[in-house]
Design a protein around this ligand. Structure first.
Ligand code: SAM
Length: 217
């Protein structure tokens, strides 16, 4: 639980602009949807996906690195990884088990199977959108475990979209629909307070000294 007195004290170190920005962004954050990338090997793709998650208000990003353990490209994510929570998994099995336990349906995004086209997607249930590798797409393991397959309709000669482009299209569509719906999608007050503290920690340079001072008072 967040110490609200400490939070209030730390807020005095923020500019009014920054405080208002935190309020605005937090009010748009959601855990109703999350995404998972499976062994994406081009760092700029993972980074661009993280950036889109921040932009569209997705608080949690799941990165599965069963065969790929490269670091996220900080420049391309434009620092977005600072504002979203990254959960890392070394196995597909663990990630799916964990996400299902958290109540997410597993949605395999794929250019092939049209179980469900993007405009028909039911946004009322919690969902984790899985995105696959640049060449192979999602593994058979994810496809076998998926609750549904989601496709962005395409009408050109090319057989698929780039992963980060598909993530942006899907997230823009589902989050817009979600915000217009009656679904309760925002972070709880406690989750917002925790995130606020985390963001303040990442923003204020001498955070540790300030906190020590606060508790000595
Ligand atoms: C470049 S594509 C992979 C293409 C791969 N040859 C395949 O068979 O899936 C990378 C990822 O972007 C997503 N993707 C690409 N086009 C899509 C579409 N039309 N609908 C849904 N997801 C798509 C999927 O997650 C896919 O695994």
């Amino acid at each position: 639980m967040v110490d609200l007195k400490l939070l209030e004290y730390l807020e005095t170190y923020l500019t009014e602009n920054r405080r208002q920005r935190f309020d605005k962004v937090l009010s748009q954050r959601t855990k109703h949807f999350t995404i998972a990338t499976e062994d994406v090997y081009q760092l700029h793709n993972t980074s661009a996906v993280i950036r889109s998650c921040d932009v569209f208000g997705i608080q949690e990003v799941n990165i599965i690195e069963e065969t790929n353990t490269k670091r996220i490209d900080r420049e391309i994510a434009m620092g977005a990884q600072k504002w979203v929570d990254l959960n890392r998994y070394h196995s597909v099995k663990d990630s799916i088990k964990d996400l299902k336990q958290k109540g997410y349906q597993i949605v395999a995004t794929t250019p092939h199977t049209k179980d469900c086209l993007l405009h028909e997607f039911d946004i009322t249930q919690k969902a984790c959108f899985f995105f696959g590798r640049e060449t192979e797409g999602l593994s058979q393991e994810v496809l076998d475990e998926a609750d549904c397959f989601l496709k962005i309709p395409m009408s050109g000669f090319t057989e698929s979209l780039n992963i980060s482009v598909s993530a942006a299209i899907i997230l823009q569509h589902v989050t817009t629909k979600l915000r217009l719906s009656d679904v309760s999608w925002q972070l709880s007050i406690e989750e917002q307070q925790e995130k606020r503290l985390d963001w303040i920690k990442k923003t204020i340079k001498s955070y540790d000294e300030i906190v020590t001072c606060f508790y000595k008072k």
